[in-house]
Design a protein around this ligand. Structure first.
Ligand SMILES: [Zn+2]
Length: 134
């Protein structure tokens, strides 16, 4: 039997983010982001990560390890990018600025560009583009 989907709770108490996965059974979404399918898909990745790794292990790694937090968020933001490829730059900015990851926007862009459809990814990876990494 597949696991039950989480309850989605819309609350203005979530003032610092559009969405937050508290545990595999509860996802918080700010009312302003209600109906944002890409955001929900991003949070569902965190739900799956918690089920895969265990909620406590996920939370410990997420909070204590920059390397793990980066891996978790890149996996989730790649799903965000697949939902809204035009948002790539915005997602890369959020990834580089909002998670204490100590990565720049170009690095974030390169990490997320892999999620783009092939043609768009080639454009992002063209020499001289912002997505190119040394
Ligand atoms: Zn996330």
């Amino acid at each position: 039997m597949p696991p039950r989907p989480p309850r989605i709770l819309h609350t203005r108490l979530l003032f610092f983010a559009a969405g937050l996965t508290l545990c595999p059974r509860l996802v918080l979404v700010h009312p302003a982001a209600r109906g944002d399918a890409g955001l929900l898909a991003h949070e569902m990745v965190h739900v799956a990560q918690m089920r895969r790794d265990g909620t406590l292990r996920f939370l410990w790694r997420y909070l204590m390890s920059r390397r793990h937090r980066l891996a978790y968020e890149v996996e989730a933001y790649r799903v965000s990018v697949r939902h809204a490829p035009h948002g790539l730059t915005q997602f890369a900015r959020a990834l580089s600025r909002s998670y204490w990851l100590r990565i720049g926007e170009p690095e974030a862009l390169a990490l997320l560009a892999h999620a783009l459809p092939v043609r768009a990814a080639e454009a992002e990876q063209a020499p001289g583009s912002a997505g190119t990494q040394a």
